[in-house]
Ligand binder design. Structure first.
Ligand code: N01
Length: 552
């Protein structure tokens, strides 16, 4: 098939597709679009590629999914050639990989850096998106793909006096590009999610004193990070066909590992303990896949939670500190499980203090201290590891207007509504990569990114072949999908936690379980079947109708 660009004139600021974001999703989207002969422009607010890995440069940042799996699979040469150095690559290496991909596939010439997309409005008369950017320009595009990331809108907490603090304030999700040296400083870290838990042990080694302000204790599993040997790399490389297929089709979370064959209560106490111990020693996210019902059955979940609580008690020497670090208010895994290197042991250090801000919420931040429980913790620097306005936050920052001028923020005011996490009714030709309503953050992100990008690419090819002008989620299909996403979520223990999956970390954000928990394999199958049935649940209009509308 010859590539017939949809656009009339790409050089006049008119593209087949505008892609927002040059992280792992935006880069692969651009690569696929080019391969299909579509003209595309990517806008990226950062000065370089990498998205999450461009911004999150905090001490100790590395990926919780093993690098041999947290990598693109679309290019056999790439996956055979790239040398990951460690089981979990550190952030600089992942960023180096992103840059390598950008160079290897010559992506940069279609990416405009340091540019935010501020507005995108759908021109119903011409079926075109008008996209306005922070450099004051407006371009048009037939399609817009939001590859804005799920955890990219770093959230500064609303704490009285924060702006008054005279020392340096850092957010883990917006870390400076220059190395930060905490040597000799009194440092405070607010937040004990994945970012806090990764950074605390590293900061503790540098700082004169570290105060960790904890609102909710977290379950965390040791990473057991190590250098990768050539044999280990070669094993993955030789087995990639099987590993990638398994991750896409069989693993619920897109990670290659053995599948559980039973529930936690099907084993006796000793056997269960042995299995948990083996996974604890192995380290990493697969701890939660020892059994098949840890996310479903509270009694089963309690066995895993108790095991980890026991480990915390063993590691942390001071009993009162151990108790404070012990999560009790939600089932294990229902807030994103953390993966750490020496997190709990860090609290045995003489220069580290745990501050319980659940019992004694931060009253205010003064010029020199964080005040909690009437006590001033004097600090030279403050690290906010307080997370993100997840899944919808970065989309919400763009003024997106669909049919009848309705904004996406208005439509999503009660929570995001999508069909398959890919499109939202009344917003034609607007795709979201790993959006709410798709497995996304519950999975190995690169597996989900590649699936979405491939699906969108196939869809655009189909539209070109069938001379179609618009595609749009049907309201009825969207309603059914949203109901299904909720039904599946509420059959699990996940909604029992105040998590960012539920929007609970943002005051006033609607409490909706945002990702699709049905698993990447079943989800992929649903998406493929929808496409095979001629994009069932999506309304499409032809070129002819488009031209008639434009002429009338
Ligand atoms: O953010 P979080 P994160 N006052 O929202 C606390 C991915 N990730 O950046 O639990 C006081 O999880 C908040 O307390 P609570 C991963 O998917 C991946 O750590 O709401 N405290 C919590 O302790 C992860 O889940 C990797 O009570 C406040 C913390 O701040 C996601 O990103 C690495 C507060 C926020 O935790 C987000 O992780 C890092 C306030 N006003 C991140 N507001 C890897 O793969 C919030 N908190 C390695």
């Amino acid at each position: 098939m010859s590539a017939q660009p949809l656009a009339v004139n790409a050089s006049a600021g008119h593209y087949d597709v505008v892609v927002v974001g040059a992280g792992f999703a935006g880069m692969y989207m651009l690569h696929r679009l080019r391969g299909l002969g579509f003209s595309a422009r990517v806008y990226e607010q950062g000065s370089g590629v990498g998205g999450t890995w461009y911004w999150n440069r905090y001490p100790g940042a590395r990926c919780d999914v093993e690098s041999m799996q947290y990598s693109y699979s679309f290019s056999e040469e790439l996956q055979q050639e790239w040398n990951w150095s460690e089981r979990y690559a550190p952030q600089p290496e992942i960023l180096q990989y992103a840059n390598h991909v950008a160079d290897r596939f010559d992506l940069r010439r279609d990416i405009q850096f340091d540019t935010k997309v501020e507005r995108a409005g759908f021109d119903e008369r011409n079926n075109l998106w008008q996209v306005a950017t922070s450099d004051g320009k407006t371009v048009t595009a037939r399609f817009v793909v939001l590859a804005t990331g799920c955890l990219s809108n770093a959230r500064k907490p609303d704490i009285k006096g924060l702006d008054r603090f005279k020392g340096e304030v850092y957010h883990t999700g917006h870390w400076p590009h220059q190395p930060v040296d905490f040597t000799g400083q009194r440092v405070g870290v607010i937040g004990t999610g994945s970012s806090g838990i990764q950074s605390v042990p590293v900061i503790a080694e540098q700082a004169k004193h570290l105060a960790v302000f904890q609102r909710t204790a977290q379950f965390s599993i040791p990473a057991r990070n190590a250098k990768l040997t050539e044999d280990e790399r070669n094993w993955f490389r030789a087995n990639y066909p099987e590993i990638r297929t398994f991750a896409r089709e069989q693993a619920k979370n897109g990670i290659y590992t053995e599948l559980p064959d039973r529930g936690a209560l099907d084993d006796g106490d000793n056997e269960r303990r042995t299995k948990y111990e083996a996974r604890w020693q192995r380290g990493g996210l697969t701890f939660m896949t020892v059994y098949n019902n840890l996310a479903l059955d509270k009694a089963a979940n309690d066995t895993a939670a108790d095991f980890v609580r026991g480990k915390i008690a063993e590691i942390v020497k001071d009993a009162a500190t151990a108790k404070l670090l012990t999560p009790i208010s939600y089932p294990i895994g229902t807030k994103r499980i953390c993966i750490d290197t020496d997190y709990f042991a860090t609290f045995n250090r003489p220069n580290v203090t745990l501050v319980d801000i659940k019992t004694n919420p931060i009253e205010e931040i003064t010029e020199i201290a964080v005040r909690s429980g009437g006590k001033d913790y004097e600090l030279d620097a403050l690290v906010l590891a307080t997370g993100f306005d997840a899944m919808t936050g970065s989309v919400a920052k763009i003024d997106i207007r669909g049919r009848n001028g309705q904004t996406l923020n208005q439509k999503w005011a009660e929570g995001p509504r999508t069909y398959l996490g890919l499109m939202s009714a009344d917003f034609p030709n607007l795709f979201v990569v790993t959006g709410p309503g798709s497995p996304s953050v519950l999975s190995n992100m690169i597996v989900s990114i590649e699936q979405h990008v491939d699906w969108i690419s196939d869809c655009l090819s189909y539209m070109r072949d069938h001379r179609l002008a618009t595609i749009e989620a049907e309201k009825d299909a969207e309603d059914k999908w949203v109901a299904h996403v909720n039904e599946v979520a509420f059959a699990t223990l996940y909604p029992q936690a105040d998590s960012w999956y539920m929007g609970a970390n943002i005051p006033g954000k609607p409490r909706i379980f945002m990702p699709y928990i049905g698993g990447v394999g079943p989800y992929r199958q649903i998406c493929n079947e929808v496409a095979a049935r001629g994009y069932e649940g999506f309304a499409m209009t032809g070129e002819q109708q488009r031209h008639q509308a434009a002429a009338s």
